[in-house]
Design a protein around this ligand. Structure first.
Ligand code: IMP
Ligand code: MG
Length: 179
């Protein structure tokens, strides 16, 4: 049963396009933090950002730390509930550090908004957001990602870390899921 040739998937962003764009993002991030003296922490949001984070850190030519945080927003539904909770917290404090949140996708922004508010209370030096994908015109919050890989139409997508009910995270490209 092939995942890569699943008929429910309509290719949207190829593996090569992702790789090229991740490299550009890494260069932007490197430039942005090149002259900071406090530690830089890349904070991956579990589990969707794991693959993006793994590729992204290898394109950032700076000393950095990696942390993960677990949040749950959707359950297994494909529309945003707006209900967010932390399922796994950071291992180390982020006080006086520059935090770059790494997300798979910014849809309503409710997940990120919750995270930013939560992290801000821990007194980091700064908080910025890097997202691989941003859905066009679905934002319901006043914050914007600082680094965006691709802006995409308002469709449900999977692959490169993104799932539907835990499936398709291992798809090397991003595809629209049409059941
Ligand atoms: P938001 O809170 O609406 O911005 O949603 C963010 C989270 O919802 C992401 O981290 C994803 O886990 C999930 N999500 C939103 N849109 C999609 C999608 O098109 N495919 C898969 N997951 C999605
Ligand atoms: Mg998910």
């Amino acid at each position: 049963m092939s995942v890569f040739r699943d008929k429910r998937l309509v290719p949207l962003i190829s593996q090569q396009k992702i790789a090229d764009r991740v490299k550009e993002l890494g260069e932007q991030v490197t430039l942005h933090y090149a002259n900071v003296s406090d530690p830089l922490v890349l904070l991956g949001v579990l589990k969707g950002s794991v693959i993006f984070l793994a590729d992204l850190v290898r394109t950032i030519d700076l000393p950095l730390e990696m942390e993960m945080i677990g949040v749950s927003s959707y359950g297994e539904a494909t529309t945003s509930s707006g209900v967010v909770r932390i399922t796994q917290d950071l291992e180390r404090p982020i006080k006086h550090k520059h935090v770059l949140i790494v997300e798979d996708i910014f849809d309503t922004g409710l997940t990120i908004k919750y995270l930013v508010d939560n992290l801000a209370s821990r007194e980091p030096k700064s908080i910025k957001i890097c997202t691989l994908l941003k859905k066009d015109a679905t934002s319901r919050v006043d914050i914007k990602p600082d680094f965006i890989g691709f802006t995409i139409p308002d469709a449900f997508v999977v692959g490169y870390g993104l799932d539907v009910a835990e499936r398709y995270r291992n798809l090397p490209m991003v595809a629209i899921y049409q059941p």
